[in-house]
Design a protein around this ligand. Structure first.
Ligand code: SF4
Length: 204
């Protein structure tokens, strides 16, 4: 298989969720993503079982190394937007990916292993004082009055030498109503552990 040929044939412009697909090497600044259809079916099935769709941790390291090399030839690391949920079993992704975690314990564990971290916070949970709020989040724009997209983010979700810890409040189904309810209870502020207000759940 000519991996390079397969990869570039698979690049396409898409409005699909970049975060989901980018974990196999998307490019936030050009909106290019990879088509999952070019990945062997067995791997896609494994992704589904693992509940980590599109996660590069499910690609065998030997295959990933070729994929990574081919992408890097065209796009420098700074253009990547890449997350993995399987960071603790995929040290070979550390040069290109950010560890995606859902708890403070996991965030600290990943930081301890020198990963850059993207932490998803529950509504009402404080941010770590070491983390920065994702400037593309609703909570950021509610407080600051503007938003920054991934393409111009000053702390982009790529890996690299400068290790970063970013946080975002959960934004799945039902979370908007949980945030509105918190607001009604008088708890509209997203604070860090020092009590500094970093974002607002609902626009003031
Ligand atoms: S931290 Fe920046 S690159 Fe990462 S999701 Fe937020 S806006 Fe996008």
């Amino acid at each position: 298989m000519n991996v390079t040929k397969v990869i570039w044939r698979g690049l396409s412009k898409s409005n699909r969720d970049v975060c989901l697909l980018a974990s196999i090497g998307g490019n936030s600044k050009t909106s290019l993503v990879f088509e999952l259809s070019l990945i062997p079916t067995a791997i896609i099935e494994a992704w589904d079982e693992y509940n980590a769709p599109g996660d590069a941790c499910m690609i065998p390291p030997g295959v990933w190394t070729k994929v990574e090399r081919a992408i890097l030839r065209r796009y420098a690391l700074e253009f990547w937007l890449a997350y993995t949920h399987g960071w603790d079993g995929a040290p070979h992704l550390q040069a290109t990916h950010v560890a995606s975690v859902n708890s403070r314990d996991k965030a600290l564990e990943a930081r301890g292993m020198d990963w850059s971290v993207f932490e998803v916070l529950d509504v009402g949970a404080p941010m770590s004082s070491q983390s920065a709020l994702c400037p593309g989040s609703k909570e950021f724009s509610n407080k600051r009055g503007f938003k920054i997209g991934c393409g111009s983010c000053p702390m982009a979700c790529n890996a690299g030498a400068a290790k970063k810890w970013r946080a975002v409040v959960t934004h799945g189904n039902g979370d908007a109503s949980r945030k509105a309810a918190a607001n009604r209870r008088g708890n509209n502020e997203l604070m860090n552990e020092r009590g500094q207000v970093k974002g607002l759940y609902v626009a003031a």
